[in-house]
Design a protein around this ligand. Structure first.
Ligand code: EPZ
Length: 422
């Protein structure tokens, strides 16, 4: 396993370019299963999770070719219906192949994803919706076994807002007989990007971006031909990097229209934003002001940016309150931030972060994707050297983050983790 070695204290100055969105790419790859043809995805990020999803599609019979930031996925003749545990356990997003498989092939055998570091993360809403559309659902041996001759349209009200739940059911409904209404649907931009690609390939989806999505079933779908939207969470992470190092970063391709809650909070904290033809310039000259953050479904403050803004608040001029409302266990990065000198009190899912004048480098360990990003951000500002272990978490969701940061003046290198002593 590798670790990142970061020497802090260098203000980031320069330009970074945002890659395609991981959380749009993964469902888009599964959406190719709805058609029988050769789909073409562009602006695809070079991520571990994308490669894992490519392997899963291969197991399902598709032929996947990557050429730079383009993916070609040929599903002609693909008949596989099983998403195996050894793949699903490494990437929960595999579960979004369930809807397309049942819709297109009439059956699916998908390993239950199991919980993960940030929470139990059940898929009951996915299964409730598929049952409502007439699928027979069984749970056997850690697998969801779903089957339906042909799904039928249904009026489904989800008990809670779920991003991949909305995506799974929207994709299943595309080939169902009749009309499906999804109520209390997720409004995330990644859901909208998926719907845009599906409609361009023959689907009839409306209402995306609102809480009520209507899908008129069609008999068949063509291949996808779509450019993936920019990654709003990657963009937000680099905005914090500019602020925490008191530098000045030009962030190209940042989807500002999908970052209003994040930009609003960062402006409250004192970061400066300037739109230029080359991208948005984000800068800070002094310590950030404290803010109060409550995460929520889009367009609220994204839970995927909670750890990153906590790193910034660890160096603020006062006390901040950060409430995590989406996942029951997404504050584990606080213990690692404390090792760097942060002062954070956690009660339930609320963290009170008392700004410190400085942080100090130390060995820390990443526990999940966004926690690792938070530790990189804190390390960039800390005095001295920080060692971040288990950096594979980072590679799941950030394309070449070390190279992008080095190009903006960070002192980072990657090396194998030393063998444990004794
Ligand atoms: C998506 O996960 C994202 N992943 C997550 O990003 C993101 O944090 C999350 O949405 C929230 O925005 C992808 O899009 C691949 P949910 P998802 O279903 O769909 C509960 C990252 O860092 N729930 O919206 O799995 C669930 O436990 C990742 O890029 C049920 O109870 O999240 C959670 O508490 C992490 N039953 C809440 O709802 C269900 O059937 C929201 O989960 C489904 C969800």
């Amino acid at each position: 396993m590798d670790r990142l070695v970061i020497e802090g204290g260098h203000p980031l100055v320069g330009r970074v370019r945002v890659s395609g969105a991981k959380n749009a790419t993964l469902p888009l790859m599964c959406a190719t299963l709805l058609g029988s043809g050769r789909s073409h995805l562009r602006n695809v990020p070079d991520l571990r999770d994308v490669r894992t999803m490519g392997k899963l599609l291969g197991v399902l019979g598709a032929r996947v070719d990557a050429k730079g930031d383009e993916l070609f996925i040929d599903t002609v003749g693909a008949e596989g219906v099983e998403a195996p545990y050894d793949l699903v356990k490494t990437m929960r997003a595999s579960v979004v192949c369930l809807g397309p498989l049942v819709a297109k092939r009439g059956q699916a055998r998908v390993s239950l994803p199991g919980g993960c570091a940030i929470g139990e993360r059940p898929i009951d809403q996915h299964l409730k919706g598929l049952s409502a559309m007439g699928a027979k659902i069984e749970l056997t041996g850690g697998y969801v076994v779903a089957s339906a001759k042909r799904l039928k349209g249904a009026d489904i009200t989800m008990d809670l807002v779920t991003v991949t739940g909305t995506e799974n059911l929207m994709m299943a409904a595309v080939l169902a007989k009749g009309t499906t209404t999804l109520r209390n649907a997720a409004r995330e931009p990644e859901v909208m990007d998926l719907a845009r690609a599906l409609n361009a390939a023959g689907a009839r989806i409306s209402g995306v971006g609102t809480a009520t999505i209507v899908i008129k079933g069609v008999d068949e779908m063509g291949p996808l031909d779509h450019a993936v939207m920019a990654d709003r969470i990657e963009a937000g992470t680099y905005m914090v990097a500019a602020g925490i190092t008191r530098g000045e970063l030009t962030i190209a391709e940042a989807p500002l229209e999908h970052l209003t809650a994040v930009v609003g909070k960062l402006k409250e904290a004192g970061l400066r934003f300037q739109q230029t033809p080359k991208g948005v310039v984000v800068s800070a000259r002094r310590a950030p002001r404290p803010v109060h953050v409550i995460t929520g479904p889009y367009p609220g403050f994204p839970t995927d940016m909670q750890a990153q803004i906590m790193a910034l608040m660890a160096l603020s001029t006062g006390s901040s309150v950060i409430q995590e409302t989406i996942f029951e266990n997404r504050l584990m990065h606080t213990s690692e931030l404390r090792r760097l000198g942060a002062s954070i009190e956690v009660t339930g899912s609320t963290a009170v972060v008392k700004g410190a004048r400085r942080l100090h480098g130390a060995p820390v360990m990443a526990t999940d994707l966004r926690a690792s990003a938070c530790l990189v951000l804190a390390a960039l500002a800390a005095e001295g050297t920080t060692y971040i272990g288990r950096v594979y978490h980072l590679d799941r969701g950030y394309e070449r983050i070390d190279q992008k940061l080095i190009a903006a003046g960070a002192s980072i290198h990657r090396e194998p983790e030393p063998k444990a002593q004794g």
